[in-house]
Design a protein around this ligand. Structure first.
Ligand code: NAP
Ligand code: MG
Length: 403
């Protein structure tokens, strides 16, 4: 059988540890037998980042801007322990942070559902996608401890040198203060990314903040979303029969728990950090969570939401068998290939991506799964397999589906 052709190369970002091992297996067992893979390869493994003074990460992000679609393997964000382990010149920054700073945009995280792996919340029968604003607020804050007797003020000096002052608090005991910011530009690009993603995936969009308490700051988010929706997106949403709605974060939380899923929940930076961990855990396993960064000018970077699964990698290095879940990394590939297929008008490539996902879910629903899912599954015929056998089982089903 002839392999499926591609037109434009996919930006491929390799990574570290166990996920790097899985990356190669996915290509060998699941992709290259069927697709004439065209990719522009960037090695974001820590060795290469160190050798290139991290230039490779910047090049990969620039290539993503140029071609529009990337797939990324999990990578190590170095800490003190990694300095001697990899003999690093510097404690390089998080590649995801570098890529996000260049592409801008919003991170969308969605769980992958399979029968027999049940969410802790039984009504959640469809995925809930969290859209997290990835700029500002408490992540770019300035904070201080202040002693008793301090009078603390917010001071803004405008371009003409005029000062506006507001009292924060006069302290009669010791305390703490914090300053944070966001920009209209970043909030607007967050809003557009969310509206575009809702149109792309034909799902309702929910957005919530604490605007009853934060009447200027959070209210600004609400107003920018509302204005952009009314002027640029309302007609398109109506045409697709999907909805945008804003509510208070407290109300959103209780609605989410009672919902059946199937929508996008846009969150401010901190809310998104915490709520995506909550949603991922409630759906079962980090190994079943996908993540895509969507830039305001329409570039897509797909990855798994988990890290490099370091503990499994050390076992692998000792020659022991591992049972690492590759589903999120497979779905990063299928998501990227499908998007490439849509942009280049290649229905065979889109179909391949659909079949790859179906083969993966079928494998789990047939009872063949990795250790993390084995613990969660209530299937009677379940069987725990190792990392490679899991991929081979998917491969068998994929071959059958593709004839
Ligand atoms: P992790 O790699 O996500 O793994 C934490 C634990 O979660 C694992 O030890 C494992 O539990 C379980 N787990 C995660 N993914 C799994 C999978 N696919 N299959 C089975 N079990 C899975 O996080 P970490 O160990 O804290 O971080 C390791 C490295 O990853 C760090 O260097 C960090 O910087 C990096 N990281 C990268 C990204 C990214 O590139 N997007 C994100 C997060 C972390 P058990 O050991 O109990 O089986
Ligand atoms: Mg978090």
């Amino acid at each position: 059988m002839a392999k499926i052709e591609m037109k434009t190369p996919l930006v491929e970002m390799d990574g570290d540890e166990m996920t790097r091992v899985i990356w190669q297996m996915i290509k060998d067992i699941l992709i290259c037998p069927h697709v004439d893979l065209k990719s522009e390869y960037y090695d974001l493994g820590l060795v290469c980042r160190n050798d290139t003074d991290d230039q490779v990460t910047i090049d990969a992000a620039e290539a993503t801007k140029k071609y529009g679609v990337a797939v990324k393997c999990a990578t190590i964000t170095p800490n003190a322990a990694r300095m001697p382990e990899y003999n690093l010149k510097e404690m390089w920054k998080s590649p995801n942070g570098t890529i996000r700073a260049i592409l801008d945009g919003t991170v969308f995280r969605a769980p992958i559902l399979a029968k027999g792996i049940n969410p802790y919340i039984p009504t959640w029968t469809k995925p809930i996608t969290i859209a997290r604003h990835a700029y500002g607020d408490v992540y770019k804050n300035t904070e201080m401890q202040v002693p008793a007797g301090s009078k603390c003020e917010l001071v803004c000096t405008d371009a003409e040198g005029n000062e506006t002052r507001q009292l924060i608090h006069s302290f009669d005991g010791d305390g703490v203060i914090q300053g944070m910011h966001n920009t209209d530009r970043s909030i607007a690009s967050f809003a557009r990314s969310c509206f575009n993603y809702a149109l792309d995936t034909k799902q309702d969009l929910w957005f919530a903040t604490k605007d009853t308490i934060s009447k200027k700051y959070d209210h600004r988010f609400k107003d920018i979303f509302a204005e952009i929706f009314e002027t640029e997106y309302k007609e398109k949403f109506d045409a697709l029969g999907i909805e945008y709605f804003y509510t208070l974060i407290d109300d959103a939380v209780s609605r989410v728990v009672r919902s059946s899923g199937g929508y996008i929940w846009a969150c401010k930076n901190y809310d998104g950090d915490v709520m995506s961990d909550m949603v991922a855990t409630a759906y079962g396993s980090l190994g079943m969570m996908t993540s895509v960064l969507v830039s305001p000018d329409g570039a897509y970077e797909y990855e798994a939401a988990h890290g490099t699964v370091q503990r499994h990698y050390y076992k692998h290095l000792k020659g022991e068998k591992t049972s690492t879940n590759s589903v999120a990394t497979i779905f990063a590939w299928s998501g990227a290939l499908r998007k490439r297929g849509e942009l280049d008008n290649l229905p065979d490539l889109c179909n391949y991506a659909d079949m790859l996902e179906k083969a993966t879910i079928d494998t789990i629903e047939d009872g063949v799964m990795t250790g993390d899912l084995f613990i969660l599954s209530d299937l009677e015929n379940k069987r725990k397999v190792d990392t490679e056998e899991f991929l081979q089982e998917i491969g068998k089903r994929l071959d059958a589906l593709l004839g």
